[in-house]
Ligand binder design. Structure first.
Ligand code: ATP
Ligand code: MG
Length: 267
């Protein structure tokens, strides 16, 4: 069997699953550097599974949600981007770029608060160009009472006073809590029927590694629109319908695989 690893143990570019392996390695590296929690590896695997069953691409439904999400972030008075370990490990530069393009602060908010993790994520974001990061000083954090996990601790200048919270890769409990205290929630989640996906106001069913670059592109496209035009985009978006359409796409994709998956044997 052909050796697929080169000498420095990185994945060769001609590997048929190069991209997927590259991001797996980023998650593993993140875990070694404290950025990612051990449970983050399992969450990543769950995401990969869903990605596989809609063809590992940004579908039309995801594009619609991305446009609505960017419009929502642009019309909000105090939007915030919540950052966890997996997202920081996978797309640190893109997080910073989106934050700068839309002028929205980043807040580190973690489920698993191991000693040194916040520092590790802060360093990674700063290396990627971040200037101002919220959620750093644990003594200054305030609580969201509706939540019992560590993620109840939020920055009084960030999530606490935000009207819209962008939560790429979120846990269902917190999405529900954020909704209950009146926040608009935008989520990126590969699982269209997770509690996060169902509770969020705008659910981008896509891999974060593709969704963030697309959001940056759309943010530039929408930059010159008037507020009323952004509101029209939002009014034309129906999150429940979009999730249902995505589930239909998954059904269609799996149906097509009954034939397509076996073509690989002929090539
Ligand atoms: P919920 O708590 O919302 O019911 P869950 O408990 O199944 O969902 P969590 O472990 O809380 O899931 O959060 C991980 C979520 O992140 C999963 O739904 C998974 O599909 C998703 N996910 C993992 N990696 C990615 C990724 N790269 N891009 C987008 N979503 C991802
Ligand atoms: Mg969960």
């Amino acid at each position: 069997m052909k050796e697929k690893r080169n000498r420095n143990n990185s994945v060769p570019k001609d590997h048929p699953r190069y991209k997927s392996l590259k991001y797996r390695h980023k998650i593993i590296e993140g875990m070694k550097n404290l950025v990612v929690a051990e449970a983050g590896l399992i969450a990543h695997g769950r995401g990969e599974c869903f990605d596989y069953i809609f063809g590992e691409k940004t579908n039309e439904t995801a594009k619609k949600a991305i446009k609505a999400a960017v419009a929502q972030l642009m019309i909000s008075n105090k939007p915030i981007i919540s950052v966890n370990g997996n997202v920081a490990a996978l797309v640190p530069k893109e997080l910073v770029k989106l934050s700068k393009t839309l002028n929205i602060p980043l807040e580190i908010n973690l489920f698993y608060r191991k000693e040194g993790r916040i520092e590790a994520i802060k360093n990674l974001l700063e290396k990627s160009g971040a200037k101002e990061i919220l959620g750093l000083d644990q003594n200054k954090m305030v609580e969201i009472e509706e939540l019992s996990s560590n993620r109840r601790l939020v920055d009084p200048k960030g999530i606490k006073i935000a009207d819209t919270v962008f939560v790429p890769l979120e846990d269902g409990d917190r999405t529900e809590a954020l909704k209950k205290i009146g926040k608009k929630v935008i989520a990126v989640d590969l699982n269209p029927i997770s509690r996060t996906a169902i509770w969020a106001d705008i659910t981008i069913i896509d891999n974060i590694i593709r969704a963030l670059p697309e959001m940056i592109k759309i943010a530039k496209d929408l930059k010159n629109l008037k507020k009323e035009q952004l509101i029209t985009i939002l009014n034309n978006f129906n999150n429940k319908k979009n999730i249902i359409d995505t589930l239909d796409l998954i059904k269609e994709y799996i149906e097509a695989q009954k034939e397509n998956a076996f073509k690989i044997l002929k090539s």
